[in-house]
Design a protein around this ligand. Structure first.
Ligand code: NAI
Length: 399
C-alpha cells in the first residue's frame, strides 16, 4: 500500500513507518554530535517512551553519552487489516533496533501504564534486565483518560479554563484553517478529573510501587515534565485545568523528593519548552502561540526540539553537576530560553498582529506543520513516499 497522510483536525490517523525510522535516526545523529552526558544513569525506566519528550529522553540517554539501557512503557497501536499502526509503535521498534546494534538493552512494554498488569511487567523486566534496580525513572505520560482502580469507570481529562470562558484560535492541521472557539469554564468535576489524569498522583504511585518492590538503586532520580508558559497562555494553560494538574505534579515532586532522599536520590518536576507534539497540538488556543514562538526562537537561534531539550537537560542540569540547578519552587527550568523577556516581547507583538489571513506569514506555520507531519513519519526528504509498502514487512516487526 501507498501511505498518504490522513489528518483529522489536529490528529494524525496514520503514520509512515520508514519516516518514523528516519525520525529516530536523525535524533540519534543529533545526540551523538552534541555535548555529551557525563556520569549519567545506566538503567532507566521511561513511562511514556514512544514519542515526544519520553522518546527524546530515551534516545539522549542511550546515545548521547550515558550509554543507558532502557525499559520503555507506551500505549501504541500495531498493524491490523485497516492500518499499519501508530507512529509510536514504529518509534519503539526502530529505537530498539538501533540500541541493540550498539549493544544496549532496550525493552518495550506496550500497555496501559495505569494498569496493574503493566506495572507488574515493569517490575519483572527490572528484575530480569536491570539486576533488580533502576537509576532514573522518567514520567512522560500525556494521557486523556485514567481508569479508576477496581471499577469499570474512568477519569477523563478536559482541557478547559477555570472560572471564566476563554476565546482563542486553533489552527486545523487538516485544512490549514484558523478557527475561533470559545471554551466554557470547566466544572469542578472536570477540573478534578483532569488532575487525576495529568497530576502527580499516578507518578507518586509508580515511584511508591518501585520502592515497595525494592527496585530503586542508590542515587536514583525521578523526573516528570511540566509546562508553565508566559502570561498570554495562562488563561488556557496555567490558570486552567491542565495548570491545576501541573501544580499538583509540582507538589508531588516535593513529597517524592523526601522519599528519594532515603536513597540519596531526588525527584524533580521539569518545566519544558512549548513544542509541537501529538499531545500539545490538542490544546485549544495554543497553536498561534507556538507559531509565534517558533518564528522568534528560530530567528534568535534559540529554538530547540524535544531531542535538543532532553540532551541539554541531561548534560547540563540533571547529571555531571554537583547540584541539580533549581528555581525558587524547586523546578528544573528548561523553558529558560522560551521565557527570555526579549523573546516574549517579540512573541506578543507577533500575536497582536496575527489573524486568520496572515498567520502563515507572521508565524512559522510551515515549521509547525512540518514538525507535526514528521512526528508521524511524513515529509522527510530522504523517503520516496510514492513507493508502496508491503504490509507483511511490518506485521512481523515486534516492539
Ligand atoms: P506525547 O503524546 O508525544 O507522548 C506521550 C507518551 O505517553 C507516549 O509515549 C504515549 O504512548 C504514552 N501514553 C499515553 N497514554 C498512555 C497510557 N495510558 N499508558 C502508557 N503510555 C501512555 O506527549 P508529550 O508532549 O511528549 O508529553 C509528555 C509530557 O510532557 C506531558 O506530561 C506533557 O504535559 C509534558 N510537556 C509537554 C510540552 C509540549 O509542548 N509538548 C511542554 C512541556 C511539558
Amino acid at each position: 500500500m501507498i501511505i498518504k497522510p490522513v489528518i483529522k483536525g489536529v490528529v494524525a490517523k496514520n503514520a509512515h513507518p520508514l519516516g518514523c525510522q528516519q525520525a529516530v535516526k536523525k535524533q540519534i545523529e543529533f545526540v551523538k554530535s552534541a555535548p555529551q552526558i557525563k556520569n549519567g544513569p545506566k538503567r532507566v525506566l521511561i513511562i511514556g517512551a514512544s514519542s515526544g519528550f519520553g522518546l527524546a529522553a530515551r534516545i539522549a540517554l542511550t546515545f548521547g553519552g550515558a550509554q543507558a539501557d532502557t525499559i520503555g512503557v507506551s500505549f501504541e497501536r500495531g498493524p491490523n487489516e485497516k492500518s499499519l499502526g501508530s507512529a509510536g509503535w514504529y518509534n519503539n521498534i526502530y529505537f530498539k533496533q538501533e540500541a541493540k546494534r550498539e549493544g544496549r538493552k532496550a525493552i518495550n512494554i506496550v500497555g496501559d501504564a495505569f494498569s496493574k498488569e503493566t506495572r507488574s511487567q515493569v517490575v519483572e523486566a527490572i528484575e530480569t534486565y536491570f539486576e533488580g534496580e533502576v537509576d532514573l525513572i522518567i514520567y512522560s505520560l500525556a494521557a486523556g483518560v485514567r481508569p479508576k482502580a477496581n471499577t469499570d469507570e474512568f477519569w477523563r481529562s478536559a482541557i478547559k479554563p477555570i472560572g471564566q470562558s476563554v476565546t482563542g484560535n486553533t489552527i486545523s492541521l487538516e485544512d490549514d484553517s484558523w478557527n475561533t472557539t470559545t471554551l466554557e469554564p470547566a466544572t469542578e468535576e472536570e477540573a478534578e478529573s483532569t488532575l487525576k489524569v495529568m497530576g502527580g498522583e499516578d507518578w507518586s504511585q509508580w515511584v511508591d510501587e518501585l520502592i515497595n518492590s525494592e527496585s530503586i538503586a542508590e542515587g536514583c532520580k525521578t523526573i516528570a515534565f511540566s509546562y508553565v508558559g508566559p502570561e498570554v497562555t495562562h488563561p488556557i494553560y496555567l490558570d486552567g485545568t491542565l495548570g491545576r494538574a501541573k501544580i499538583d505534579l509540582h507538589q508531588a515532586s516535593h513529597a517524592l523528593n523526601l522519599e528519594m532522599a532515603n536513597f540519596s536520590g531526588g525527584a524533580y518536576a521539569t518545566v519544558c519548552k512549548a513544542l509541537v507534539t501529538k499531545a500539545s497540538v490538542f490544546i485549544p488556543g495554543l497553536s498561534p502561540y507556538l507559531l509565534a514562538l517558533y518564528q522568534v526562537m528560530k530567528e534568535k537561534g534559540t529554538h530547540e526540539t524535544c531531542i535538543q531539550q532532553m540532551q541539554r537537560l541531561f548534560s547540563t542540569k540533571l547529571y555531571g553537576q554537583d547540584k541539580v540547578p533549581l528555581d525558587g519552587e524547586r523546578l528544573i527550568r528548561m523553558d529558560d530560553w522560551e521565557l527570555e523577556p526579549e523573546t516574549q516581547s517579540h512573541v506578543s507583538e507577533l500575536l497582536r498582529a496575527m489573524n486568520e489571513t496572515n498567520f502563515a506569514q507572521i508565524g512559522d506555520y510551515a515549521g509547525f506543520k512540518q514538525e507535526f507531519m514528521q512526528l508521524n513519519g511524513f515529509e522527510y526528504s530522504g523517503i520516496d513516499y510514492t513507493q508502496p509498502l508491503k504490509t507483511e514487512d511490518f506485521i512481523n516487526l515486534k516492539p
